[in-house]
Every structure is written in structure tokens, then in C-alpha cells.
Unconditional design. Structure first.
Length: 447
């Protein structure tokens, strides 16, 4: 198997001094202003019915020419690299929005870009022109200086970019983008298969009977959150005491998010290392968290969508097979012993955690039975896929043999049956080299 190079983010805590925090605040603010100014230009052009301005013209207007004005002269005090990257982020956001409108983008619909706020999380991205890793272990940022980094682990390769982040609690972090050699993990054999049933009473249950209990980080911190939320509501808006109360509340939320992220990282790593084939049921997280279900807080506390995304990414990097079983598959209702559909049905029977099959008399734990059925369905999909692939290869071979035989070729020579390989043009599937797609006039202008 050929090793694949993948790009990952490595995050570290940094400790800037007072002067560096001042310069970082200016950098964050300048990047935010440039982003908002460019977004306003595109919105005004769209409202006026004008052609969309080019990216280079907008960059020149909001950075180069803006520095010459009295209102934006302070843009020259910070590095130009994060300002340019801020515009590229706007371009990516617009491209995703228009791709979503055309239906070219998978997943849920993406809305148009929105203006950045000062009260939200602040960030600024530096490319290779704007940062240097010193031999002393410090990180040099253009026009900011050498910043102390808390290195929790070594970087696997030279980073291509770094993003400086200030979260809602006032802490500073850096996120490096590095290229990692995607060497797969050792093959564990055909017996290392597992089905995973995700839920609310237990975070996950495997087909082997192992239960991963739900940590319920949000529920455990709920009492403290209510206390700090009441304190925030009692403070005068914009006051110093109000800012202190919001900081306390933000720290509790940040701790809950960190605990949940660490839990998911550990559990997904363990599952990928111990299993060669993983079958998991897809979930409609938005539907589960809808108001009518009255499970929104519990669903969001589990972060099941985040678990599936992380598990999918890690399985791909490790060379594992991950099978997504459709959520409409009746894994809970089917008896794993006789495959009769006699199990509990619907939301009204969520309280039934153990049941007996009326056909064969087998007694099942609800979650373990569902995990076994998910694994069985996943293996069936793999076998069906392999059978279809084998039949396709056989059809291609027969087609090649008949064509050559009709032309007087020797059908017994295996070399003549090899289909010619499609030349690699270096373009993505569905594209035609440098040809530009025709713009849809019904869509708003993009970058």
C-alpha cells in the first residue's frame, strides 16, 4: 500500500508578553477589519447589480490603498501576511456558499459569509513568509516578535502555516499545519471487526458487549453554569463586572469543550487501533436534537456528530475500513439470533433496554443487539461490494476477450486482455484542464 501524505493541525499553548499581546490585538483587529471591508464591497456590488469585483482589485482597495487613508493608516503597523490570508478565507467562504447553492457541495447548505465580531474568538494566520521557528524553541511572528511556546510534542515536519488564536477565556494558542506521512497501521486480520451503536444512555456499545459510558460533561457542569449565567444576567451591560462574569462563564464552557474533545480523541484512537473493520450507524443529529424530541441538551452533550467525523478521519489515515450503515436500518428491532423483526419500536419504547424475541425466545440487551446487527449489515455491504467489483472485473475481461476474438486475436494470451490505463491528466474528476466553468447569472457574485 502506498503511503499517503495528509495535512494535520498541531495545537500548542503560547504565552505572549504584554507588548506582544498588544500587537496581537492589533493584528486580530486589522485582519477582522480587512475581512469586513472586503465583504462589504462584495455585498454593495451585488445590491447595485454590478459585476463581481476581482480578488486582486479588492485586496488592493482594502489593504494597499486603505493604508494611505487616515481611517485605515494603522493597517501598516501590522504584518501584511495575516491581512492577505483574511481575504483568502473570505474567498473560501464565498466559494463554499456558491457551491452549496449550485448543489456541488456535499453536506448541509452553507450560508453566505457574515461580518466578524470583536467579541468572538480572534485569529490571524501567518504563512511561511510571516513566521520562523527558532532553534531556542520560540516562535517568531512578523512584527510581533519571539513568542514562548509550550511544546507538548514535537512537530513531525516543517509547518506550512500557523494560526494564532485567542479564545473567549483570554488564552492564546497556535495551530500549525503540517504534512504527515499517512502510513497505515498493521493489519489485524479478518476477526478484528466491531459494530458500534451510539446512543444517549450509553455513549457507545460495541458488538462485543463493551460499553463506553457517557461522561456527560455538560450535565456535570450544569449547576456551575446556571450560577454564572445568572451572575451575567444581573450585571450591567458593558460594565467591568459584566466582563468578569462573562469570563468566568466562558472558562466553564471552555473546560467542558476540552474535556469532551479529549474524551472523543481517546476513544476513537482506541477503536481504530483495536479494529480492522468498523461498522457504525449514521445519525441525524439535527433531527435528534429537534424541539419535538426534547433531547437537544443530551444530544449536544454527547457530540455524536463530532465522534463520527473524528472516527472517519482516523480510520482513513490508519488504513481501516469504516462502513456507514444507514440510520433507517432497523438495528434495534431485528433479533440478532433469528433476524425476526420483533424488537422495541419508536420513541415510545425508548425505555425498553432489554427484551425477548417472541419468535425464538432469545433475550437481548437493546444496545448490544443493535451493535451486532450493525456489524452484520456492515459486513454484508462489504461482501456485496466485493461481489459487484469481482463481477465488473469479470465482465471487463470477457468483453476484452470477445472483442479481440472478433478481430482475430488470441483469447488465450493473458497480456492481450489487460485494459489500457487511463492517462493521468493531473486534473480532478469532472474537470477539463484549464477550462473555466460558465458563471450562473442567477447566482450572486463571488470572489
Amino acid at each position: 500500500m502506498v503511503n499517503r501524505v495528509t495535512h494535520l493541525r498541531y495545537n500548542y499553548r503560547i504565552y505572549p508578553d504584554v507588548d506582544q499581546r498588544t500587537m496581537l490585538a492589533r493584528t486580530f483587529g486589522s485582519a477582522r477589519v480587512v475581512y469586513n471591508d472586503a465583504l462589504r464591497i462584495f455585498q454593495n456590488a451585488w445590491k447595485a447589480g454590478l459585476d463581481r469585483p476581482g480578488f486582486a482589485a479588492v485586496a488592493r482597495a482594502v489593504i494597499t490603498e486603505a493604508k494611505q487613508t487616515l481611517d485605515r493608516v494603522w493597517l501598516a503597523e501590522v504584518s501584511v501576511v495575516p491581512l492577505q490570508q483574511s481575504l483568502r478565507h473570505l474567498q473560501v467562504a464565498y466559494n463554499a456558499f456558491f457551491a452549496s447553492l449550485r448543489g456541488d457541495r456535499k453536506g448541509p447548505k452553507v450560508g453566505p459569509p457574515r461580518f466578524k465580531r470583536r467579541s468572538a474568538r480572534q485569529s490571524a494566520e501567518f504563512t511561511r513568509r510571516g513566521f520562523v521557528l527558532r532553534e531556542t524553541g520560540k516562535l517568531y511572528l512578523a512584527k510581533i516578535g519571539e513568542v514562548k511556546v509550550a511544546w507538548s510534542r514535537d512537530l513531525p515536519s516543517e509547518p506550512s502555516s500557523v494560526t494564532v488564536i485567542k479564545d473567549g477565556t483570554g488564552k492564546y494558542f497556535v495551530s500549525f499545519v503540517v504534512a504527515v506521512d499517512g502510513a497505515p497501521l498493521p493489519d489485524l486480520g479478518e476477526d478484528a471487526v466491531v459494530g458500534i451503536d451510539l446512543g444517549l444512555s450509553a455513549f457507545a456499545v460495541t458488538s462485543s458487549g463493551k460499553r463506553i459510558e457517557s461522561p456527560k460533561f455538560l450535565r456535570r457542569a450544569e449547576r456551575k453554569l446556571k450560577k454564572y449565567q445568572r451572575a451575567v444576567s444581573r450585571k450591567q451591560k458593558g460594565s467591568q463586572n459584566g466582563r468578569k462574569a462573562r469570563l468566568k462563564l466562558a472558562k466553564v464552557h471552555a473546560r467542558v469543550a476540552s474535556q469532551r474533545r479529549d474524551f472523543i480523541e481517546q476513544e476513537t484512537t482506541r477503536l481504530v487501533r483495536e479494529s480492522q473493520v468498523l461498522a457504525v450507524e449514521t445519525l441525524n443529529v439535527h433531527g435528534m436534537a429537534a424541539k419535538g424530541m426534547r433531547l437537544g441538551k443530551s444530544v449536544h452533550d454527547q457530540a455524536l456528530g463530532m465522534f463520527l467525523r473524528v472516527l472517519t478521519a482516523k480510520a482513513a489515515r490508519a488504513g481501516r475500513t469504516l462502513i456507514a450503515v444507514d440510520r433507517f436500518y432497523a438495528s434495534t428491532q431485528i433479533c440478532s439470533a433469528c433476524e425476526a423483526k420483533t424488537g422495541p419500536k419508536g420513541k415510545e419504547e425508548l425505555h425498553v433496554r432489554e427484551w425477548q424475541c417472541t419468535d425464538c425466545g432469545a433475550v437481548h440487551d437493546r444496545d448490544v443487539n443493535a451493535a451486532i446487527n450493525i456489524l452484520r449489515e456492515g459486513l454484508r455491504q462489504i461482501a456485496e461490494h466485493e461481489q459487484l467489483a469481482a463481477g465488473h472485473r469479470k465482465d471487463q475481461s470477457n468483453l476484452g476477450a470477445e472483442s479481440l476474438n472478433a478481430c482475430g486475436g488470441d483469447t488465450k494470451t493473458s497480456d492481450t486482455l489487460a485494459a489500457p490505463e487511463t492517462p493521468n491528466t493531473g486534473t480532478e474528476p469532472g474537470t477539463s484542464g484549464n477550462a473555466k466553468p460558465e458563471r450562473d447569472k442567477s447566482l450572486p457574485p463571488s470572489l
